[in-house]
Design a protein around this ligand. Structure first.
Ligand code: ADP
Ligand code: MG
Length: 393
């Protein structure tokens, strides 16, 4: 990475404002998954070891620019305190007297968490004055929030105009792995794209078509490609207005000598339900009243064979409606093939990550991205404003 990281900056005795992504899932005030908090621990431990005082800033949920108790970061501060094994102070606001007092009093080795940034509408508006007030709390800024780095928000982009800005370890790791996918990748390079809709991932498919040797398409979006090839897709999810585009992507793949793999068989259901009647059919035999909700076993085997010799695999989007066990088999088979391939593997996308965890294979993947939208934009080849704003090495 050509951006400065926390290894490149002087931290001793400094107050460091760290933008983290602690937008954790909550249920009735309880944190149901603290992965995002755990993911920042290496950065926080390093900063504290170097003698910094750490001020943490994050958003949580969508409070729409006003304080709301259900979106308070207080429970996250408590969880972090347990994980870090030290006290985490809490400021009931992220700017103004409530933040300035505790920030000023903070000593090296201490940790202060600020209340939800999005209690102020200025955060998402990238308001310069709000960014300046945040910056005034600290001497140095660190971005360790990959999941929001595609947003030019005050705590992500604006603040870098007022403070020296570097990447934390989590951000660095994300960029390092995702860069392999779009930079100068090793070959054979296989991308697997699935999920609900082509329209969400046109940019990713178009960009990856210029990089990969093999492109595997599964999930709901495969139906639109099958429709483009002239197959009758019954009641399957098909984006009528994207059939032409799918056809042109198929053509581009051929022109670029990219091997494009679409499902040859699918698991169809008579309704969108966990207990629907289910059967496997060839893609040329989807009954008019049925819908394809997973790839079939022949497709899963063909996809697995294509993954076997890969050196790099990038995966975004499940192969079927994996939330229902009856339609999770294709996704699990592909996840197992990725895990067994020995390739460097990078998985991004909220549902894809959930599917990998459901299959219990998270430890067999080289890198699981913490940022869904941000990883998609990166794979599209876009420059993320939060990364661009950091100081160059
Ligand atoms: P990610 O979050 O990993 O980027 P997406 O959000 O694009 O993935 O897609 C995930 C969703 O796609 C899941 O909710 C899954 O149920 C749905 N999906 C996958 N295959 C199908 C299908 N054949 N028909 C309808 N929905 C599907
Ligand atoms: Mg999703």
């Amino acid at each position: 990475m050509n951006k400065k990281t926390i290894r490149d900056v002087d931290l001793a005795g400094k107050k460091v404002l760290v933008r983290v992504d602690y937008n954790v899932p909550m249920d009735g005030g309880a944190i149901t998954d603290d992965t995002r908090v755990r993911a920042t621990l290496p950065t926080l431990r390093y900063l504290l070891e170097q003698g910094a005082a750490v001020i943490l800033a994050s958003h949580l949920g969508r409070p729409k620019g006003a304080p709301a108790v259900e979106f308070s970061l207080k429970p996250v501060a408590e969880r972090l305190s347990g994980l870090l094994g030290r006290e985490v102070l809490f400021a009931p606001d992220c700017v103004g007297e409530a933040a300035e007092g505790p920030a000023k009093a903070l000593k090296p080795g201490q940790v202060l968490m600020l209340e939800n940034l999005r209690f102020h509408k200025e955060e998402e508006k990238n308001d310069p004055e709000f960014a300046r007030r945040l910056a005034a709390l600290a001497d140095t800024y660190v971005n360790d929030a990959f999941g929001v780095s595609h947003r030019a928000h005050a705590s992500v982009e604006g603040i870098t105009k007022y403070l020296p800005a570097a990447a934390g370890f989590l951000l660095e790791k994300e960029i390092d792995f995702l860069s392999r996918a779009v930079g100068d990748p090793p070959h054979p390079y296989v991308a697997i794209i699935g999920g609900a809709k082509v329209s969400d991932k046109i940019g990713v498919i178009a960009n990856l078509l210029t990089k990969v040797d093999t492109l595997i398409i599964g999930g709901g979006m495969a139906n639109t490609f099958l429709a483009a090839q002239g197959y009758a897709t019954g009641k399957s999810l098909v984006e009528q207005d994207k059939i032409e585009l799918a056809g042109s992507l198929i053509k581009q793949a051929a022109e670029r000598d990219v091997k494009l793999l679409l499902p040859a068989d699918v698991t169809v259901a008579d309704r969108f339900a966990a207990d629907a009647a289910v059967k496997t059919v060839g893609v040329d035999a989807i009954p008019a009243d049925w819908m394809a909700l997973d790839i079939g076993p022949a497709s899963a085997a063909a996809f697995a064979a294509a993954l076997a010799g890969a050196r790099l695999i990038v995966w975004n989007g499940p192969m079927g409606v994996f939330e229902m066990d009856a339609f999770a088999k294709g996704t699990v088979a592909v996840a197992e093939a990725v895990a067994a391939s020995g390739a460097v593997s990078v998985v991004g996308g909220g549902d894809s990550v959930a599917a990998i965890e459901k299959a219990g294979l998270q430890d067999k993947i080289s890198h699981i991205s913490t940022g869904g939208g941000a990883s998609l934009e990166f794979l599209e080849g876009k420059v993320l404003p939060g990364v661009a704003a950091l100081a160059d090495k």
